[in-house]
Design a protein. Structure first.
Length: 91
């Protein structure tokens, strides 16, 4: 995907916000811990990094649920397969 720096930064911040929200609401992290987890999962990548933003191919909900519940979260917690309305409201 080709995007401007502004588009990349907007997407990066949106995904960080969603990831942090899930980590607070479902993972029990404090706001500070959740923000740190989001920054770690979604580091800034310069425009010369191959496959920049590859992590965006799945939304933050999915990545956070994997971190909280593990690789089979959708099997063991089918109610978490789709993002909640509260999560969707962040968008």
């Amino acid at each position: 995907m080709t995007w401007s720096e502004a588009e990349y930064l907007d997407c990066l911040e949106t995904e960080r916000r969603g990831y942090a929200w899930v980590m607070r609401q479902h993972g029990g992290l404090t706001p500070t811990q959740a923000r740190e987890a989001a920054l770690e999962w979604y580091p800034y990548e310069s425009d010369d990094v191959p496959c920049r933003g590859l992590t965006f191919h799945d939304e933050a909900w999915h990545w956070a649920m994997l971190a909280i519940h593990g690789d089979r979260y959708w099997v063991e917690h089918p109610e978490l397969t789709d993002p909640s309305p509260e999560y969707r409201a962040l968008e």
